[in-house]
Design a protein around this ligand. Sequence first.
Ligand code: XBP
Ligand code: MG
Length: 249
Amino acid sequence: MLRALLWDLDGTLAETERDGHLVAFNLAFAEAGLARRWDDARYAELLAVSGGFERLLHDMPVWPDAPKSEAERKALARSLHLKKNDHYARWVAQGHIPLRAGVAELMRECQRRGLRMAITTTTSRSNVAALMSAQLGSHWADTFALVLCGDDVSAKKPDPEVYLRALKALGIQAHQALAVEDSPAGVLAARGADIAVIVTRSHYFAQASVPGAMAVGPGLHQRRGWLPALRGEGGVSLDDLMAWQSLRP
Ligand code: XBP
Ligand code: MG
């Protein structure tokens, strides 16, 4: 029986990467006087690295103006990451990045039917608060039984830590949860915790291979395009999620 729905954030609750994080990273580079700029294609590659800080550090060896020592690189990555998150928070706080279609409707159905929800994301806590307060209002945290972020784990997705911590904090077992994700790393993390997962395709992972997902579809707002197929009209419902979750091996 399903006892909790675990939401990924970036790409799943909202399309935050291209119009949010990527723009903010480039603003942070400019603000720091660095020549580096990431375009859409490079950012798509870099998303294989979870975590903005880790992504910066991973890319630095190819920057001509990056410091040489590991300690200086970490310090630069930390300062760029803070700058990036400031730009990102300012942008999303103005409401520029909405929740993906169908997300709010499914959240309301979960609330109506008493299903607990959690956010299980790799992004920083400040980014979660900025987006969710803009989209759900100042009491946004009441919607969720639990919010776990990149700040709360020692290893980010695809490591299952965030999901294992969520199960523990919610006091449930893996077969009682369902995760909603958009990325291969997210699917690996959920599966690594033995949690059933469905995938709503996002901009950067539209074609990515996501083995192990119970269902894959274009978004929660439509029944067309899902595999396994859904009949009828309207959005994906909690009954659909329960049916998919019960297919779990
Ligand atoms: C996606 C990520 C994050 C964001 C940037 O997380 O990998 O790193 O790209 O956020 P998820 P930070 O899909 O699990 O929500 O810069 O705060 O890491
Ligand atoms: Mg994601």
